[in-house]
Design a protein around this ligand. Sequence first.
Ligand SMILES: NC(=O)c1ccc[n+]([C@@H]2O[C@H](COP(=O)([O-])OP(=O)(O)OC[C@H]3O[C@@H](n4cnc5c(N)ncnc54)[C@H](OP(=O)(O)O)[C@@H]3O)[C@@H](O)[C@H]2O)c1
Length: 326
Amino acid sequence: MDAIRWGILGAGGIAATVSADITALPGHVLHAVGARDADRAAAFAHRHGVHRSYGSYLELVTDPGVDVVYIATTHAQHQEHALLALRAGKPVLVEKAFTLNAAQARDVVAEARLRRLFCMEAMWVRFHPLIREVSRLLADGAIGKVVAVRADLSKRFDFDPAHRLFDLDAGGGALLDLGVYPAAVVWTWLGRPDTVQATGALAPTGSDLSVGMQWGYPDGRFAQIHTSAATDSPFAALITGTRGWISLEPRLHRGRRLVVHTADGDVEHLAPAIAGNGYRAELEEVARCLAAGELESPAVPLDDTIGILDVLDDARRQLGARYPAD
Ligand SMILES: NC(=O)c1ccc[n+]([C@@H]2O[C@H](COP(=O)([O-])OP(=O)(O)OC[C@H]3O[C@@H](n4cnc5c(N)ncnc54)[C@H](OP(=O)(O)O)[C@@H]3O)[C@@H](O)[C@H]2O)c1
């Protein structure tokens, strides 16, 4: 099969990190980059060996040589930019958080489904070998029936009202930046919760700063999810079951070790060395889906992406953190 020719939309931080992984993958080519500023796009192209650069996103998405567009702008722009690419007939990989809220996500997913174009949230943590290993262990009943899950992803940022993490206009907040990871992981293991309770603190700008969520399930299982942009935490996840527990450490999106504890003792699993920056597996999944003509990845279902944003919308409502776009 021919190489996948990527178009990078936005020339910021994550665009650079993921581009390095694209470059290193056989069968993947950095065909073009588009930025709001032509010089910035050209500088990015020069730095990362991208064949073409454009000073507008429209030129990028209408380049007939682009097979798939990677939406690498800030989350407040994802809906607009994903729609731009889809309406130009291009499949999309959309950075997390997929959109600001579930309504925007439904809009993007409806467009992709209408046009029969591939669309996936870049939820790379779902491809992490230890997250997948936990899924396998739970399916095998390694710790009996799951009773509860605790998961955390937190990282301390100095408060800066201009930083996108604290700026409501830019989709600021711990939930969309960090909490979306434990939410996606818990969803992978337990599915859609029945009830959601949220508590926490807001930053002076009104963005969610530290959040504790409790998810409840009709059969009595529950999950406690923590996320904070005000503190660091080494904790990743603990899954307790009727016959033992699994702990994953540290931290959730870059787990290095998991321990399965049962009455028979402890079994340790170490993560294999992960090549590059950690994004290659999700990029390979995009290539696989495109080659197979699959419009959605079974590893990151679009209905999960929407459902998780429904839950995060609910949590933000409970906390009183609102985006102008809500
Ligand atoms: N998967 C991961 O591990 C990971 C890690 C970090 C971030 N992310 C996600 O990636 C996205 C981008 O984060 P980042 O850290 O790369 O941010 P960043 O360095 O600020 O880059 C964001 C890019 O967005 C573009 N943009 C377009 N319209 C914009 C607007 N109105 N305001 C601000 N920027 C605008 C800019 O592109 P131009 O170059 O065209 O100006 C800018 O370069 C976020 O959604 C974030 O959650 C994911």
